[in-house]
Design a protein. Structure first.
Length: 380
């Protein structure tokens, strides 16, 4: 099975420095270096498409541009690239959301993937008018996905749930193909929702032993539901011709972290209700020392950014080996990013992907297997 790689659209802005934001924290000032215009985001999207990334993840929240509107506009500047649109149940009715996804599929030629984000921070949810607590939000997500999936199958839906109610709901036109649903969450109830409803379970980039535990947990829950789930991982990457060059870039990013910003971001993230965010914070403890928590796995990004806070750092060969290590655990999809996102897409796409292709682990999704991308490039 060929590995699947996705890139990231930085709708919170981009920079040669780390742009923070997420989980209730605002985007840092570096996000103004390269504003998230449609022109710039389209440049990243076209690069990702050419390099062989299947899709691009677009985040959601008050700290970034709206994912639905942005991807709809960027899609007009690409041909085959899919859009992994982050979406929060509860902000839109499930029937309308199912209709929006169906429309997106028709207008883009079937290029929507849906990343369902329950919402880990109550204070941010309240800003949008959502006053449920965390567990209730997850229960609502389960009802939401039940309704949406039934509608996508062409069913007429009547449901009177704990949080959602629809009567005689149906779609005039169902999506073709039906969008795959991606989902992440580390709390017990998140695992239950994943087991019942999702296609791909996403985890943030923890060390392999912890990732293996998560995979076993969700796989076991899914088996009890009579289902199978695929697994993906969300990571940043800093890959260069040599390990020394890669770590120089990582240390350059670290040197750009203002101590007051780190302190402020860490204080904000410490209040997070997200179990996944708690696990990310535990990897570095807010300290700048000992940030390589597993060979080539660096926790420095999480000092100033909420959510995914780890990066694969090393030579192209080392990064490829770490990807193989995660793949051996059961990870088939990799959702990656790097600063700045345009340049780092090329570093990874031209440096790591050809090495995986040469080992039979990846092939360009939009080109014949004999395409030049499958050849290991010359490096200095």
């Amino acid at each position: 099975m060929s590995l699947t790689f996705h890139w990231f659209l930085p709708t919170n802005g981009d920079s040669r420095h780390v742009v923070g934001g997420g989980h209730g924290t605002p985007a840092t000032a570096f996000g103004r270096n390269r504003p998230p215009t449609v022109a710039y985001l389209s440049q990243i999207a076209r690069a990702a498409e050419d390099l062989g990334f299947v899709g691009v993840l677009t985040p959601t929240g008050a700290w970034c541009e709206d994912a639905w509107l942005t991807t709809a506009m960027v899609s007009r500047h690409t041909e085959r690239l899919k859009f992994l649109v982050a979406f929060r149940p509860g902000f839109v009715s499930p029937t309308l959301a199912a209709q929006m996804a169906s429309t997106f599929q028709r207008q883009t030629g079937g290029r929507l993937l849906l990343n369902v984000v329950t919402g880990g921070e109550s204070h941010e949810q309240r800003a949008y008018g959502d006053f449920l607590d965390k567990d209730a939000r997850y229960r609502r997500t389960g009802e939401f996905l039940q309704i949406v999936r039934d509608l996508w199958e062409g069913k007429t839906v009547d449901l009177s749930g704990e949080h959602l109610q629809v009567e005689d709901a149906r779609l005039a036109r169902v999506p073709d193909p039906v969008p795959e649903v991606y989902f992440g969450g580390s709390s017990p109830i998140a695992g239950e929702i994943a087991a019942r409803h999702v296609d791909v379970y996403l985890t943030w980039g923890e060390p392999p032993a912890q990732v293996a535990e998560k995979i076993a947990w969700v796989r076991g829950l899914a088996a009890k539901e009579g289902r199978t789930v695929r697994f993906g991982i969300r990571l940043h990457v800093i890959t260069r011709d040599t390990a020394e060059q890669a770590w120089t870039e990582a240390h350059k990013l670290l040197d750009g972290f203002d101590p007051d910003t780190v302190k402020s971001v860490q204080a904000g993230l410490a209040r997070s209700e997200s179990e996944g965010q708690r696990r990310m914070l535990a990897l570095h403890g807010g300290n700048r020392e000992d940030l390589e928590i597993h060979p080539n796995l660096w926790a420095g990004i999480g000092l100033v950014r909420g959510g995914a806070g780890t990066a694969l750092v090393g030579s192209h060969e080392e990064v490829a080996e770490r990807i193989k290590e995660y793949h051996a655990l059961g990870i088939d999809e990799f959702v990656l990013s790097g600063y700045p996102h345009l340049e780092e897409a090329y570093w990874f796409g031209e440096g790591v992907l050809p090495r995986l292709a040469a080992q039979g682990l990846w092939q360009h999704p939009f080109a014949p297997t004999s395409a030049p991308a499958a050849q290991v490039p010359f490096t200095s």
